[in-house]
Write a protein that binds this ligand. Structure first.
Ligand code: HEC
Length: 131
């Protein structure tokens, strides 16, 4: 096969893969956490985060992350927060806190818990609430 054609086919297959991923994408408006997670996250938040971030802190933050995967925000909070003791909580605890942050901003809960152990978060985009 001519080289140019190979390159073109390779580029096309990458493009198709990207479209497949985008198709698969959900947003934080799709009920991506459970009420149980948010309830547990509320206690953790009060203990570890509230002292520096009041409950309104995350609305503008989520606005700024609009269109990005929620994994980016998760990465920041799980690696650098609480500022006084970075990365001191378990991954599941950060997941619960993220669920609570979404519930604070009145994003709906759903049936499936937010999982942070695989790439699931990369496929959940930050988006405005549905009205
Ligand atoms: C000792 C104070 C302190 C504590 C406790 C703390 N933070 Fe922070 N946090 C900060 C500061 C300072 C920044 C960076 C400045 C800013 O954007 O307000 C920040 C930034 C963040 C950001 C980035 C926001 C953005 O702009 O994208 C997130 C997310 C976050 N914190 C989450 C948390 C969570 C979740 C907890 C609890 C586990 C927590 N923080 C606890 C002080 C704190």
């Amino acid at each position: 096969m001519p080289r140019v054609l190979c390159a073109a086919l390779a580029a096309l297959s990458i493009l198709m893969a990207c479209i497949a991923v985008a198709d698969d994408a959900r947003s934080i408006a799709d009920g991506v956490y459970t009420e149980g997670q948010a309830a547990s996250g509320e206690l953790l938040y009060a203990e570890h985060c509230l002292i520096c971030h009041d409950k309104k802190y995350f609305r503008p933050v989520l606005k700024r992350w609009n269109g990005q995967p929620i994994s980016m925000m998760y990465l920041i909070m799980s690696s650098s927060m609480p500022e006084s003791n970075p990365a001191s909580l378990q991954q599941e605890e950060y997941a619960d806190i993220l669920a609570y942050i979404l519930s604070l901003s009145r994003y709906p809960a759903g049936d499936t818990p937010l999982t942070v152990t695989d790439e699931a978060l990369e496929r959940i985009l930050v988006a405005p609430r549905r009205r």
